[in-house]
Design a protein around this ligand. Structure first.
Ligand code: ZN
Length: 449
């Protein structure tokens, strides 16, 4: 180990120890400091175990958590970032927390959620075995720039990568990357067969409607959601991929799906979630995990961090979902609309730094398809913006209630009984969960607010 690397690790470990002694959660900070003093700090770690990385616009926290659960259930010692500290500095902090004074990281596997734009920089320094790529949507334009720039960044990395690449065959933005390195024989496509809610025309806004190779408009047999579906290019033939794993017989009522002739029950019932499970299944298959572990994970495992998280409050059921972009929000709305009976929606919108100050993405959410939505409550630093957006979709403004304060919004939401849904963006999700838990505990302890 070079002197510089040895110093980097010792300095970092001392920093983490000092923060712990001060009773502080080290978080991202040590990684940030280390990155500032040594741009190659990731090279200072000695990681001998395989690394599985999960990336894509939506679903990477869930898929990382599911894969981690499967690896751990299979008796593997894993290190992971379940809360999604997925930038280079976050991964650096994670390794610093788990290494010894010589920088050695002891685990059977690292399972790492990794931000799309950070894939090239992190894995030019750490040895990646498998990259799982879920989807590419427009997301936080302030930070990431156009989605095409992001795709090209990952493509450049894949041009020389020879490890496993798990790709969504139904997203043209992702499927195209299977051709980035013609010498890589380890490309594993997954797909989900047409489900009952698929449409012949696009239902929501999407990216990637043109062939990335010849600019011809792609032809879709059907759309599952957004631009995800069965597509091909009529000119050059891009698409029509024979997937290695095809999820079939998706049944959102049970809910369940079929893979390799076996039926798996699942904990959630959206097509978006089924795609996540398809990615999990395909990656798990590469590592030959026992089917019993997969059955148990798909049916019972819950991430519980605001990704399709269920709450039972005061006799009402509430499903909370994070949405950082129109596709995420549309997915929750789709789950809501596909459920029979009347329901109410809470939408919490913040515009803090991590959310991006530009909230114009809410205009790409498809609110015009509300089905039996009795009431909408809005909250967050941009509570009025989202209320106006929903009003402009034609929804009755008398049914929209604006409470910038989250506790007031939560109390208003639960002032009626019945099924509820909540959508919150990035910095809003944890405060929303906290407000729900506070309200639930107040109710259960009999203290009326
Ligand atoms: Zn083409």
């Amino acid at each position: 180990m070079s002197l510089k690397n040895a110093f980097t690790i010792i300095f970092g470990k001392l920093m983490v120890k000092t923060l712990h002694l001060l009773g502080r959660d080290a978080g991202n900070f040590p990684g940030l400091v280390l990155w500032t003093i040594n741009k190659d700090c990731l090279k200072a770690f000695k990681v001998d175990c395989p690394i599985v990385a999960v990336t894509g616009t939506n679903g990477k926290t869930s898929v990382t958590n599911y894969l981690s659960h499967i690896f751990a259930s299979g008796g593997k010692k894993i290190i992971t970032n379940p809360e999604g500290n997925n930038l280079d500095t976050g991964i650096c902090s994670l390794l610093l927390n788990h290494c010894d004074m010589r920088g050695r990281v002891h685990a059977d596997y690292l399972v790492l959620e990794t931000d799309e734009s950070h894939v090239p920089v992190v894995y030019s320094k750490l040895n990646l075995q498998t990259l799982v790529l879920l989807n590419f949507f427009r997301d936080q334009l302030d930070r990431n720039g156009e989605v095409e720039t992001l795709i090209l960044k990952v493509k450049k990395f894949l041009e020389t990568f020879e490890g496993n690449v798990v790709l969504n065959a139904d997203d043209p933005n992702v499927a195209r990357l299977g051709l980035a390195n013609p010498n890589n024989k380890n490309i594993h496509y997954f797909s989900v067969d047409r489900y009952q809610g698929a449409t012949d025309k696009p239902y929501e806004v999407g990216e990637g409607k043109f062939c990335p190779f010849c600019d011809t408009e792609l032809v879709y047999d059907y759309y599952q959601y957004s631009h995800i579906g069965k597509f091909h290019c009529p000119k050059c033939g891009f698409g029509n991929i024979e997937p290695e794993v095809e999820i079939k017989n998706v049944d959102l009522t049970v809910p369940s799906f079929e893979a390799d002739g076996e039926t798996y029950k699942t904990a959630h019932n959206s097509i978006y979630y089924m795609y996540n499970m398809a990615a999990v299944y395909t990656a798990a298959k590469l590592y030959n995990f026992d089917k019993a572990i997969l059955h148990d994970t798909f049916e019972h495992f819950e991430v519980n961090n605001g990704r399709l998280e269920r709450f039972e409050v005061d006799g009402s059921s509430l499903l909370v979902n994070l949405a950082k972009n129109p596709v995420g929000a549309n997915m929750t709305l789709r789950v809501m609309n596909e459920q029979a009976g009347s329901k109410e929606l809470l939408f919490v919108l913040n515009d803090n730094l991590a959310d991006g100050h530009d909230v114009s993405w809410i205009w790409d959410i498809n609110f015009s398809v509300f089905n039996n939505v009795d009431r909408v409550v809005t909250s967050g630093t941009r509570a009025y913006d989202i209320a106006i957006r929903i009003k402009c979709s034609g929804y009755d403004p008398d049914k929209i209630f604006v409470y910038p304060d989250l506790d007031e919004a939560t109390a208003s939401l639960f002032s009626t009984k019945g099924d509820k849904f909540a959508i919150a963006n990035y910095t809003a999700i944890q405060p929303t969960r906290a407000a729900i838990k506070r309200y639930k505990s107040l109710k259960e302890n009999g203290e009326e607010k």
